[in-house]
Design a protein around this ligand. Structure first.
Ligand SMILES: Cc1cc2nc3c(=O)[nH]c(=O)nc-3n(C[C@H](O)[C@H](O)[C@H](O)COP(=O)(O)OP(=O)(O)OC[C@H]3O[C@@H](n4cnc5c(N)ncnc54)[C@H](O)[C@@H]3O)c2cc1C
Length: 435
């Protein structure tokens, strides 16, 4: 879907977003909503290399947990109402440590909430967001790849692989972990290789999930199960309309008894992950049952297994001349705490707030690439990014270690959380992405 026109002279826009997956697409929709309130609408371009199909790298077979705080922000941006019917609420989270006594629960009810978060399938989210973008004021270049960019005093000149060129005042890099924008601008990241690979798959159990999510820390790495809708009766993803999904999911939500679908993320040493990814179904299910135990009954089926090497990469300063980085382009996290998009969305909301504030102050006439705007974004994101990254590194290192003082410490920590309910609130709030 290329909605913008090719021309020989560069198309001038206020803001160009490179990458239209979760971060880029939500930012573009947020900007379009903001623009609709202005006397002079913003000229917004979104460039995405892939159309929303099963092979899209950002909207793939993954399911992700969107925290309560992020649902609040997505609602404010007008996006969650479009996605709500795809969500499976997480009402309780069970955290345990395999082979040790530590375990705890986080529950929505005592916190006065209906859910701690919602699980959504990215492939389905992608087609809905792109349908909405097609109806919006955003100029969508898709499929189109940014192949070159030249920083200029008053902006950036972007060249796309379809031969068109764009000139923008502000460039937003939302192009993921291997950001082409970052490479062109010669910016580096700090990297931590956890020596783990995550196997991601949908699994079926012989008991209903009752809206529980599970996080289990094992000797080899963490294992997470997120509850999902039983969507097997849905038509092929490419043909389904959101109305069809809505009807089918409502029906299945009430009829799903006796078994459940979960989205599995299982972090393992790379060699073991490779072995299990290629193991036959029975062998894989037996290994999973052994690692997880019987808290969700018996694992009876597993879908396609995909693997992701787990590294944490992080730009200490996610800005450049007339350029900001958001989402995975700015930092790519370990999926242990389900924080990647939640943190990416806070980048998006942080940028939207800075832009809105600048527009109000300047009565709508503002150069969006102004150094003040770029630096205000940096300042607004600093402490949240630093804290989240520190916590995740601590969790990964702390829970993948069998050294006894750490084992004792983390088990006592988990047990303390169970014994002292008031202590749970800050933990739950962090898990839910509250600021
Ligand atoms: C196994 C796993 C489980 C996860 N679970 C959770 C979870 O429970 N909760 C959570 O919050 N997060 C989770 N995450 C993280 C979350 O999925 C990501 O943080 C999020 O999807 C990243 O979105 P993004 O838009 O920043 O980047 P990406 O998804 O990487 O998107 C980048 C986009 O840029 C496009 N692009 C790249 N180069 C170019 C170019 N030159 N021109 C044009 N377009 C380009 C790509 O096609 C792509 O669409 C998980 C991640 C993994 C791997």
């Amino acid at each position: 879907m290329t909605t913008a026109h090719h021309s020989t002279s560069p198309q001038a826009v206020d803001i160009a977003i490179v990458g239209g997956a979760m971060a880029g697409a939500t930012l573009a929709l947020g900007l379009a909503k903001l623009s609709a309130t202005l006397a002079r609408p913003l000229r917004i371009a979104l460039i995405e290399a892939h159309v929303a199909t099963n092979t899209h790298p950002g909207f793939d077979a993954r399911s992700i947990a969107i925290a309560h705080g992020s649902i609040f922000e997505l609602t404010r941006l007008g996006i969650w109402p479009m996605l709500k019917h795809l969500g499976t609420p997480i009402e309780n989270i069970h955290v345990s440590d395999r082979g040790h006594f530590g375990m705890t629960e986080l529950n929505a009810k005592p916190l006065g909430l209906d859910a701690l978060g919602q699980v959504v399938e990215l492939a389905k989210v992608g087609s809905i967001l792109f349908d909405e973008l097609a109806k919006s004021s955003v100029q969508v270049y898709c499929p189109a790849k940014v192949t070159d960019l030249q920083p200029q005093q008053d902006g950036h000149l972007l060249s796309l692989d379809d031969g068109s060129q764009l000139h923008c005042q502000l460039l937003v890099a939302a192009d993921g972990a291997h950001s082409v924008v970052r490479q062109h601008l010669g910016q580096t990241t700090e990297q931590i290789d956890f020596q783990q690979t995550a196997i991601v798959a949908n699994v079926t159990t012989n008991q209903p999930h009752q809206h529980w999510a599970y996080e289990r820390f094992t000797q080899t790495g963490p294992l997470a199960l997120l509850p999902m809708l039983n969507m097997t009766a849905l038509p092929a993803q490419s043909q389904e309309s959101s109305v069809q999904i809505k009807e089918a999911s409502a029906q299945l939500k009430t009829s799903a008894k006796g078994h459940a679908r979960f989205s599995l993320v299982w972090a393992l040493p790379p060699a073991q992950a490779d072995e299990l990814k290629n193991a036959d179904k029975t062998e894989f299910l037996a290994a999973l049952q052994h690692a997880f135990g019987h808290r969700v009954g018996q694992f009876v089926d597993v879908g396609q297994r995909v693997s992701y090497p787990l590294t944490l990469s992080y730009m200490p300063r996610p800005i450049y001349h007339r350029c900001v980085f958001v989402g995975n382009a700015a930092q790519t996290l370990h999926p242990i705490a389900g924080q990647g998009f939640n943190l990416g969305l806070r980048d998006v909301v942080g940028l939207l707030d800075v832009i809105e504030h600048a527009l109000i102050q300047a009565n709508g006439e503002v150069d969006l690439g102004d150094s003040d705007i770029v630096h205000q974004y940096l300042a607004a994101r600093q402490s949240d990014r630093d804290n989240t990254l520190r916590n995740i590194e601590f969790l990964v290192r702390g829970f993948s270690n069998q050294h006894w003082p750490l084992v004792a410490g983390r088990n006592i920590g988990l047990r303390l959380l169970s014994w002292l309910p008031p202590l749970k609130r800050p933990v739950a709030q962090t898990a839910m992405g509250w600021r």
